[in-house]
Design a protein around this ligand. Structure first.
Ligand code: BTN
Length: 328
């Protein structure tokens, strides 16, 4: 952990209170002069820190830019287990991580971009990723699971991201099967998991889970074709720093991922469902049928009842669903 990250972690622990240079130097095992230098470096980077000769340092605010040190500062000790790169611009952070994976990067490699020029969504769609108003991040995983289990990665990411959004915004975050997160009736987040198989070993070589969250409305609003169904967590109001939200997502995702095979998070996944008990359209190929969403099982399949009374378990690869009376 860099000295800047360590200082951020310590200042965050005392946010709103002063902590003395001496106490910081003891906690960080460095000289008071090194603390002073790191404080100045943070101030130069946009951190608002009050300094008092008697009382020490008090963190007032964190800049919005999610640089590596700041995200790691929010992650605290857990930050040592991940390898974070922040890019100004990526075509797609999923593709950036795939390139790193091909070079042998380890599990826990994370790429965050301030904007994406070719953000990818599910089913070959694009993901609108304007500069500075969202978190666009991808995480490299090397799990020892069959390809069929990859859906669990997406589901765990959906629960973790919904938790993270709620933790920073106090707004209810619901999951629309299978990988969209809604706040105040609009989609604020999409998740795309991509996997690479190893033909020789006959299993998964790696998986990349990519998460895009719209934090604020873009200055000119969302494009016309999106604005009815897509929104942001904080709208036009003051928003949380992207570094904090990124760290919340990463930490909460890995907490669920380490117990992925036991699928405990699926209970919360179902509890957060936007559609259970509601009328939905089931879209398969070009065809759309109305149904009621009934339940989600341990394989993250969705049970629906069609208008003719017949029931069916749906798998995410085959169909997508859209709440009736709701844009999405
Ligand atoms: C969807 O809504 O269909 C999924 C959207 C996934 C978007 C994220 S943003 C970070 C990562 N990079 C991408 O190109 N896509 C994912």
């Amino acid at each position: 952990m860099s000295i800047r990250s360590e200082l951020i972690t310590e200042l965050l622990k005392n946010k709103g209170d002063y902590i003395s240079g001496e106490a910081l130097s003891k906690k960080m095992f460095c000289s008071r002069n090194a603390v002073w230098k790191a404080v100045n470096s943070l101030k130069a980077g946009g951190f608002e820190i009050k300094s008092s000769t008697k009382l020490g340092y008090k963190l007032m605010s964190v800049p919005d830019i999610p640089d590596e040190d700041t995200v790691k500062g929010f992650l605290g000790a857990f930050g040592d287990t991940v390898d974070i790169t922040v890019l100004d611009t990526a075509a797609s952070t999923n593709d950036s991580v795939k390139e790193l994976a091909a070079q042998g990067a380890k599990e826990g490699t994370v790429v965050i971009a301030l904007n994406q020029t070719m953000g990818k969504g599910r089913l070959g769609r694009s993901f609108y990723s304007p500069r500075n108003t969202g978190v666009y991040l991808s995480i490299l995983l090397r799990p020892d699971i069959p390809l069929s289990e990859c859906l669990m990665i997406t589901s765990a990411a959906a629960v973790a991201t919904a938790q993270a959004i709620e933790a920073v915004s106090y707004k209810k975050a619901l999951i629309k099967w299978v990988n969209d997160i809604y706040v105040d009736g609009k989609k604020v987040c999409g998740i795309l998991t991509e996997a690479s198989t190893d033909i020789e070993v006959g299993g998964l070589s790696y998986a990349v889970v990519g998460i895009g969250v719209n934090i604020s409305d873009p200055p000119g609003g969302f494009p016309d074709e999106l604005k009815d169904k897509v929104g942001s967590v904080f709208g036009k109001g003051p928003a949380v720093s992207r570094a904090e939200l990124s760290a919340e997502i990463i930490r909460r995702f890995f907490a669920l991922y380490k117990n992925l095979p036991n699928r405990d998070f699926l209970k919360e996944y179902a509890d957060r469902s936007l559609i259970i008990g509601k009328q939905i359209s089931v879209i398969n190929g070009g065809e759309s049928r109305e149904a009621t969403a009934l339940e989600i099982d341990k394989n993250c399949r969705l049970k629906v009842r069609f208008l003719d009374g017949s029931e069916k378990w749906l798998s995410s690869g085959e169909v997508s669903v859209k709440p009736v009376n709701m844009k999405g």
